[in-house]
Design a protein around this ligand. Sequence first.
Ligand SMILES: NC(=O)c1ccc[n+]([C@@H]2O[C@H](COP(=O)([O-])OP(=O)(O)OC[C@H]3O[C@@H](n4cnc5c(N)ncnc54)[C@H](OP(=O)(O)O)[C@@H]3O)[C@@H](O)[C@H]2O)c1
Length: 345
Amino acid sequence: MSTQTVFRLTQAEGISGLHATQEPIPTPGPHELLIKIHSIALNYRDTAIATSTYPLPIRDGVVPTSDMAGSVVELGPLVTGFEVGDRVIPPVSASYLYGAFKEGVDAYGSVEDGMLREYVVLPAHIVVKLPTGAKIGFREWAAVVCTGATVWNAFYGNVALRPGDTVLLQGTGGVSITGLVFAKAAGAIIIVTSSSDEKLEKAKALGADYTINYKTHPNWAAEVLRLTNGEGVDHIIENGGLGTIEQSLECVAASGVISLIGFLSNAGQQSQPSILMPALVKAVVVRGVRGGSKHQLEEVVRYMGKHELAMPVGKVFGFNREEIVAAFEYVASGKHFGKVCISLD
Ligand SMILES: NC(=O)c1ccc[n+]([C@@H]2O[C@H](COP(=O)([O-])OP(=O)(O)OC[C@H]3O[C@@H](n4cnc5c(N)ncnc54)[C@H](OP(=O)(O)O)[C@@H]3O)[C@@H](O)[C@H]2O)c1
């Protein structure tokens, strides 16, 4: 029987609790695909799971990570619509495929085994086929699985982003840089914040119109209002949580949208009853975003494939324990710009 290398996480040991095992390469059932994984991309969530700071349940011994791009190597006997060699990505959850988010949805890599392995069997109906003509590689496709569907949901899942709208992206991690790629292609005016001038230069090179260092400008909302002639921004990708929401409410435009996505700045802060008053006064939509559905990921793939929009990948690590642990630690340190991938090729 052929075997593959699979990484599992021993919870109590943190990131260093990742260990390699040899396990059988599974056989696809009648409606399933066997997929060879070519590239894996990391999210903040993966480091939170590895360090036991993730707020949702985690299974000890789980195969971590949700985002990958691969190619079909074997089809179950009843599968239609796929061929061997098709390039594919999965959504982050097998139970959030279409329509609105419902309770009980969980992503791969926390309870359900994820993608840190060489081969995986997935139900054919959840898998998204990638365009054949586009010049986008496996690592760039892996890099949009979670952040692509999430940002698409934020920009198009309720009040749609329009050309000429102003967008504020907090930080330069995976969510924000995905937002930069999409907002640029949509003809929006983009403001990016970061703790690092070096990362802000990279954001400018990718098309950011304005940048603000939130360390040297702790009152960055005033700077956003100055840059927008007092009007504020139409769409905010809210990654900070409690530490940023007050300023987001200060600099959102009337009838603007704040997509509540991350909680990177929450440590030790208490919520205050009056904090959401500006949302009422400005009649803004403050909307929680729980990833994106398979349908939204399909729209991402169609959009990115058509416009040949490749997600910039900041750094790539190899598929061995030492490199994988270094990749998790790199994302946990926040030194990265955009996405970090693990390549199996
Ligand atoms: N709701 C959802 O469905 C969903 C989906 C995906 C991700 N998320 C969440 O979204 C957040 C971002 O995820 P990610 O994968 O993009 O993380 P990431 O790649 O690790 O990005 C981290 C970056 O966020 C920036 N940041 C940290 N604190 C900040 C603050 N106070 N103000 C502004 N920026 C700050 C930093 O950018 P600089 O280094 O440039 O300062 C940091 O490098 C996380 O909380 C994650 O759990 C939620």
